[in-house]
Design a binder for this molecule. Sequence first.
Ligand code: GLN
Ligand code: ZN
Length: 760
Amino acid sequence: MALRTLINGFPRIGENRELKKVLENYWAHKVPFDSVEETAAALRRKHWRLQKDAGIDFISSNDFSLYDNMLDTIVMLNAIPERFAGITDKNERYFAMARGNGRAAAMEMTKWFNTNYHFIVPELRDDMVFQLEPEKIVSEYREAKAMGITTKINLIGPLTFLELSKTKDGDDSFKYLHKIMPVYKQLLEEIAKLDESVYVQFDEPGFVKNPSGRMLSLIQASYKELAAVSGGVKIIVTSYFEHSVEATKLLCDTPIWGIGLDFVYGSRNLEELECAASRHVVAGVVDGRNIWRGDISASLELLEGINKTVPRERLVVSTSCSLLHSPYSVKNEPESAIKKYLAFACEKVEEVSLLAKLFSSGGLSEAEKSLIEENKGRILSGSNPLLIKNAPAAERPAKSPGKSRTGTYAERIVIQRDRLNLPLLPATTIGSFPQTPELRKARSDYRKGGISGADYEKALKKYIDHCVAFQEEIGLDVLVHGEPERNDMVEYFGELLEGFHFTQNGWVQSYGSRCVKPPVIFGDISRPEPMTVRWISYAQSRTKKPMKGMLTGPVTILNWSFVRNDIPRSAVAMQIALALSDEIVDLQKAGIRIIQVDEAAFREGYPLRKENIGEYEQWALEAFRLAVSTADPSTQIHTHMCYSEFKDIIKTIEAMDADVITIETARSGNKLLNVFKETAYRNEIGPGVYDIHSPRIPSTAEFREQISARLEVVDKKKMWVNPDCGLKTRNWEEVRPALKNMVEAARSIRGEILHAADVS
Ligand code: GLN
Ligand code: ZN
């Protein structure tokens, strides 16, 4: 008997991002909602069909969404926040929750575990009336059925849903469990009516994040209750991105049909196999969130290992998680040296199917053996000399273990203050200035060969001139060049470094209609030539004030890329760090005195399980320190992070030892900033005082309030004044007055401090 196969979920954005396009046209009032529905239905049918054709047994419905599955669950439970309750048109209400409308602010969005996918955060209230809205789920099931495909229905499990919800006063969100369980049960009753027996997959990735005692105390009772709904519904409880052994121990004692486990990122799941084997085990052995071909022999071996405990008839082969996190198909990529190593969603579906076949055949046929043989040549490994081509780059990290800057912060800051001669509360920005349509056009024309290198350079220099003149005019103290040459803070460096590949169509949904195309790191990384020096030194030549060099840090480059998996991530991070350290040498030679190394994604790389955090922190820290190790004591190193939650990582931030760190605080205020005071953080800090995510232009008085508030927590001798993040998404009409007011406020408070010192 062949092993059965299951796909956790399929990407919905479409081969050519059809969903994105139709949604954006609908939002722009260019097409009616009917067009959205037509496109969505066509995508669902196409995706079901191709999984069916690949021989997949368990194909999902309700994995589709017009925006986000958590938002769909909010609607399913009727957990509509009050500010949207008045909108009677359901579609209008749905998108208003996702994106806001003129009157009501959008619901918050945050990252889905350790992926770059963002979900809508449920807002729960005591007076909410939860009631079932099963329409989407039922109609998708029927839609597939009409084309002869019986699907398993995907739902977000009640415990993960609650864990990710926020409540009014930050109370325990599990207090709503008894209110939502009846709705889930009623849903299962509706589902039971659909067919003789229907499979339902409850996604419970909340089980992998060191589940709290509270969470654990609820698992068994909840799933016993759900499984007790009669009518032949078969429940699979699925977790992913890590192991979930604590939950498995509890689930195996409930009458659910199956347990879905990730054996790629959660190898500890093997420890609870015996218990899981009392249910069906859905074994995630094909990596659902990378872009590499799987190692067929290794996956077969893994399956054989699992099969020692789980009998064949209770074993189902699957992806490690939903394929939502991988691009559509490699077929659409142009020929390249790395193409044969790639597997996107469609290829992963094939892989699951192939594994089931190979596993099932008694002895392997010649054809099957040659398939396995062929697969060996398509796996990234040290045996692909074409790919791993840069021995010096690969060997370099070992030659500089634990390298960091010379001098302590206390020694460096004296030299830097002397050299930079900055006033109290120096005012600066985070790097980018508004990306204008003309700028975007110049960049794309240049790429397409529409304008010459000289014309392109002229356009960029004009932008830089304008930026520098503006910053001087309003009196900023440390200037930036504005980043006109960059599309994206990672892509820009990836394109200039060796070892990166850029796909043509490797789009992955980030949120709603937004997709990202992460760079692919496939080889050893080296820097053929300086990457930023030309622009920065030009900008510096236009001013006497210090011009900040602007680099993206090694950890952020790594975390926002698809990374080769034949060597540890830490090793790749060190290679990037060394390339950046060379850039710092060149910037210094060009006379640059301040260099900012952005680590916007430093936090994102944190492992889901506490026990793995120490190791990540150690190498991430080492990579950052290595990147800036070439900075002279007289060069001031800044770093920037776009968030405010530092409580749990403050020791690591301290150990990064940047001379100045700029962070987000305009929205969160002093509450989160306090941790720097409590831990007696020594280095300088620029707590953001301008919320760049909003089009609002704060007045000078407001900026004064913001700065004064920050001064309650940060020592005036160590504080900088700056926005929360880069300004590239704003427009000049907003940025000009806002920055002018910010500088004015900084200056007036500076004057008052100096005056008070004079008087006393
Ligand atoms: N220097 C970058 C900019 O200003 C930083 C962006 C970021 O932190 N996301 O755009
Ligand atoms: Zn930022």
